[in-house]
Design a protein around this ligand. Sequence first.
Ligand SMILES: Nc1ncnc2c1ncn2[C@@H]1O[C@H](COP(=O)(O)OP(=O)(O)O)[C@@H](O)[C@H]1O
Ligand SMILES: [Mg+2]
Length: 611
Amino acid sequence: MTVHADARNDVDRADSDPLGGVYSSYRGPSAQISRDPTLPWWRRILPVISSHRVPFSIAIGLSFVSLVFQTLVPKLLNGAIDHSLIQHTATLRTAVIEVLVVGVIAGITGIVSRQYVFRTAYNVEADLRSLIYEHLAWLSFSFYDRVQSGQLISRANSDIRSVQMYSTFAPLIVVQSFIGVIAFAFMLSINVVLALIAMVVMPILYFVGIKMRRVMFPISWITQARLADVATIVDENVNGVRVVKSFAQEEAEVNRLADAAERVAWAYIKDAQLRAIWSPWVQNLPQLGLALVLFFGGWMVIDGRLGIGAILAFNAYLLMLQAPFMMLGQLVMMGQRAKASAERIFEILDENPTVTERPGAYDLVDVKGRIEFDHVSFRYGDGPDILADFDAVIEPGETVAIVGRTGSGKSTVARLLTRFYDASEGAVRIDGHEITDLTLHSLRTSVGVVMDEPFLFSISIRDNIAYGRPDATMDEVIAAARAANASEFIERLPHGYATVVGERGYTLSGGQRQRIAIARTLLVNPPVLILDDATSAIDVHVEAGIHEALATLLERRTTIVIAHRISTIALATRVLVLDDGRVVASGTHEALLATTPLYAQILAQATTERD
Ligand SMILES: Nc1ncnc2c1ncn2[C@@H]1O[C@H](COP(=O)(O)OP(=O)(O)O)[C@@H](O)[C@H]1O
Ligand SMILES: [Mg+2]
């Protein structure tokens, strides 16, 4: 018993602060994207951004204030040089104090604005991420049959990032570009002619910037795509490492990755080459502007038509102007990328679940467990009929085995009863209620399924077993593990129930995983239980132990076992033989052996296939 007490303590400690308090201030998205697919992409995202309008407005407002004060500095400098240093009409001290005060205000507002910008940006990102995951959780199995998980993960990462960047930084860049207008106004106020001369290079800078982006843009897309290829290969090699090694294909895989890495390197080098050609232009064009200012301005100073301070001020303004002109061009590129990313995100968000609760759906309560398949037909997507006129009634408390060839649709029957998919024709009823009238939650908590390939999470064994009932006590978890004949091997593990199973449970054997999956379902204690090949990887003698425990548990519930082993089928009081999508025979094991040659044939085939 000490083992269990320790295990419980370990688990409690691990669970006390699962997120380390890092995201404690995040409360989930407060807005949805617009559901109207005819709107432009940024209009659809807008509700998410505007749910953060207060910090965002503060960010933009303060950034504007900061920029205005920044542009004041060269103007003050101009005045100070001309009035304090040259004409001695004002004291130097006031000028210095003025510059300092303005600089400090610009600095502080800049710092605060930056903090609000990043707060908004990362909250928008968290919102988009939550919205996508919420939606993914809501989508039906048929969606997951179609899409690749790698694609989904990339959409949830890079696409969210690029939409977030554009939607929060674009307005900021626009505000920063406004600095150009202010700076130009100040330049005009100092000297109109010199202001016009200084600005000559700006349009050139803008067009060179656009040209550069046009050249660089395709290569950046190619880089992205090639990076995704590398990610896919790495992902497959890590997840499929057992297959790679067992076929001794390490070398081939290493070569495949080297090829992909080389292709990424080519794209990066190309990118760097283009950058090397183009960035000197962008960086040095402003120097041309400075030269022009020095030439014409200096001439005016010599002529006595301009103060020396003006040259310095113009110098500072030109440097200030350089950034916004370049960023405006960048905005176009970011916009194109964000649009493409947003459309990929919408592809997920616009997908509707095929299995839905109808309005007014009610909870299934006091389940007796009478199950009725009423002339059910089913096909996956546009595929062939898997079930055709499948008709069966299972009485409360009965244990029924479904036997059929591989691919005959046995698992499909289980998937229809839990509404992983909806029947194409006919009806499925529990206690006389059509399952499409019931809430999905009550249906799925009433019908427990143990699948043949159980998926375990990378959490402790205790948490895996308690997955459907996180509030279960340790004693309940242990009782469930006992019933599934799993408690012995769990207690022998170094950390017992606190042992964290490796990714997808790979540190356990197939049979051990199946037993944990059985315990997980038994803990929920569903009135209807489906064991879909749930003991296929478990040793025959271990299985016998599970049967003993199950036999007492099964008395109180309706159970469907899908199995090939005669020992498992023996649990059932009745066997349904599935063939051609329908029940072709029903009876006890002995009766079927005597009357239905197909039944004996299926069992014989299953035995040679498996053992
Ligand atoms: N998600 C799916 N999409 C398309 N076809 C499927 C899907 N799942 C199963 N099938 C097909 O449906 C048939 C029945 O599958 P299943 O019910 O899993 O058979 P069983 O459990 O009897 O081996 C098989 O031919 C299989 O290829
Ligand atoms: Mg199956």
